[in-house]
Write a protein that binds this ligand. Structure first.
Ligand code: XIL
Length: 347
């Protein structure tokens, strides 16, 4: 059924033979390209579903696998929203990344108020992880086990998880997730760690120590919520290189770039957005450890940044038309010269 819907709903540009889906172009470069998705509009807007299925090879539930959605009350699990996205992805041959087990901003009230001691909370977390793993057995490729656990100054973020589970909770969380889902590749995910800085230094040290202890971490996720400041491609490249040497995959997990205060006419601002996103893709292509590039949404209308109007942070506009940033990504993925990908080669 979904296939018929999709064909009918294919936008005009998608019928042009020149426009190959991003996921095909990405696959040729050994990459998955993805988007975060929400059950609404997925279930009630065929155009959204069509673009998601056509363009992307990996999907992340934007919120539906966060703790309050999955287990809003102790022992009561609600899977409707996550099912909608996971089933869609599986039906369309897409990979799924689960997001996220432990995040300080997605803790249900019953845990915040629950006065559980360490041992009780450990078993609650393990049970939660087992429930997710069982529900989607064989359907998950990646899992953001711990999200945003490091503060900007490089210290461990002061969260309920740290306070209640203790200083070694990150290693424990990966170990428990691995026990629950031995075939899923486990990810540490954070923002603001794209360039070398106090935070990325701390994450680097954390991941190095996890690897040294043989804790099952497979990848580091760089959220890549790009702000007004231009990311320095050389610094991104250097940072990616050092993480790659730790023997983990690197993922761009939540890329978006609001137009914000970019200057000029609407066309100029969209062109600048495209250039900046392109610069990130070029660095990704130069680092073989980068395996996933994912955007935090499909179209501008459904971005989490849309609360402020006209931020237009994604690849598709509010009518699901591809923007200059889309074509810039497509072009970057199409280029053949491996050598020219090296930002240190001075191109
Ligand atoms: C955001 C969602 O996009 C919003 O819909 C929700 O209200 C809050 O969370 N870092 C993350 C994501 O890891 O889970 C966040 O997603 C964005 C920042």
């Amino acid at each position: 059924m979904a296939t018929t819907l999709m064909l009918n709903a294919s936008p005009a540009w998608a019928q042009s033979p020149a426009a190959r889906p991003l996921q095909e172009l990405a696959a040729q470069r050994g990459l998955l390209i993805g988007a975060a998705a929400a059950p609404r509009p997925l279930l009630d807007d065929q155009r959204y579903a069509a673009v998601l299925a056509r363009e992307f090879s990996i999907v992340t539930p934007e919120n539906a696998l966060k703790w309050p959605w999955v287990q809003p009350d102790p022992g009561r699990f609600t899977w409707q929203d996550a099912d909608a996205i996971v089933h869609f992805a599986v039906a369309h041959g897409q990979k799924v990344r689960a997001h996220t087990a432990l995040w300080h901003l997605a803790v249900p009230a019953w845990i915040v108020d629950g006065r559980y001691d360490t041992v009780a909370l450990q078993s609650i977390v393990q049970q939660h992880m087992r429930a997710v793993a069982q529900r989607y057995a064989g359907q998950l490729t990646y899992w953001d086990v711990v999200n945003e656990a490091v503060a900007d100054d490089g210290r461990l973020r002061d969260t309920l998880w740290l306070r209640k589970l203790g200083r070694d909770y990150i290693a424990q969380a990966f170990t428990w997730a691995h026990q629950a889902a031995p075939n899923v590749k486990l990810v540490y995910n954070d923002y603001g760690a794209e360039e070398p800085n106090a935070k990325s230094d701390a994450i680097y040290a954390l991941v190095r120590s996890l690897k040294a202890r043989r804790v099952p971490i497979a990848a580091v996720g760089f959220q890549m919520h790009l702000g007004p400041r231009r990311l320095d491609p050389q610094k991104l490249y250097a940072n990616f290189q050092r993480f790659a040497r730790l023997g983990v995959e690197l993922h761009v997990t939540e890329m978006d770039l609001p137009l914000g205060k970019l200057e000029g006419t609407p066309e100029q601002r969209l062109a600048e957005q495209a250039r900046r996103i392109r610069a990130v893709i070029d660095v990704c292509l130069a680092v073989p450890a980068v395996k996933v590039i994912q955007f935090w949404g499909v179209d501008d209308n459904h971005s989490w940044l849309n609360r402020e109007k006209q931020q237009s942070p994604l690849l598709f506009d509010t009518r699901y038309q591809p923007k200059p940033a889309y074509w810039a990504v497509a072009e970057a993925l199409t280029r053949h010269h491996a050598a020219a990908d090296d930002p240190e080669a001075g191109n």
